[in-house]
Ligand binder design. Sequence first.
Ligand code: XIL
Length: 376
Amino acid sequence: MMKKALLMLAAAASVTALFAADTPKTNLGKLYEKDFLIGVALNQRITSQQDKQRAELAASQFNCLTPENCMKWDATEPQEGKFNFGPGDDLVKYAQKNKIKIHGHTLIWHSQTPQWVFQGENGQPATRELVLKRMKNHIEGVMKHYKGKVDAWDVVNEAFNEDGTLRNSRWKQIVGDDFIEKAFEFARAADPSAKLVYNDYNAYNPSKRDGIAKLAKELKKKGLIDAVGMQAHYLIDYPSTKLIEDAIKKYADAGVMVMVTEMDVDVLPRSNGRVTADISATQEYQEKNNPYTKGLPDDVSKKLADRYEDIFKVFLKHSKNMYSVTVWGLDDGTSWLNGFPVRGRTNHPLLFDRQLKQKPCYDALVKLKQQQGLRK
Ligand code: XIL
């Protein structure tokens, strides 16, 4: 009996040892806690804790989380006035249990928004009044439900073109240019304690950046905005850290905080070169653009680690203006970049690999912070 118990104990200990070896000893959020929050976007299988392994790993590393899809309009209000908060409530439960802050994403966007929002009577487009009424009802419905539980909200997502003009979305077409200000007004009234964010990709691009900064300044004067969210869907060699730094400074000068909301670093070739996160900008599959199906070669992995490190150096330098840095996904296996802009590829953009093992880019961020600590 005694012998059997001892054997079981030994077996349990070796299992623990196995897991301990695989789980990083560092907690990234804790390591950076004096600088900014370290966040992660999580899918619904993780936040409902069906995917236990990932739920545990995320909770051991991050102190902020963004719902990857379950708080978008098509999920929260699929039919007019019929709100669905189930998956979001599961997420809140998971976050509260693990003392993780929530970055709400997203209230007003041109994508993942049901068609009914823009439809009026008899197949006609809805009027400005009707769309504004629906906007207000949506923002109030969602924000009041999560009042006091969601720390910051992406109020408007991706409203700018690359040249700094406003995207010709249904929102702009029907409501007009003031749809952004209206959304922020409704949001401020719905939950005055939530931080309100304007969020966009390519927010480093000077012409787009200047348009966003101008908007931020105007909204700030009216007390309607707290931060600009730089999505930060980057490539391994673009944009330069100079462009990233210039943008952070520009937003800070506009009087708002910076949140890095969706960071990942695409390591795969793009057939059309330049970087975009416009979700309609998909491309054809070509074998030559999917070179790392068997894993990331060491030299590329090193390059990726250097890239993360260089970018985080900029974030640390400006930490007084930075509220949070969030990666868009926990691990390479669950990254949206396996399906965007080309379907069916094997991408490696995040801090953990497909086996949920920390990658050299994770280690680089730990080392960077530890070295900074030593220099102080
Ligand atoms: C992506 C999700 O990761 C995917 O699961 C979904 O199919 C499409 O949207 N910018 C954003 C995010 O603001 O909401 C997008 O998320 C990625 C680009």
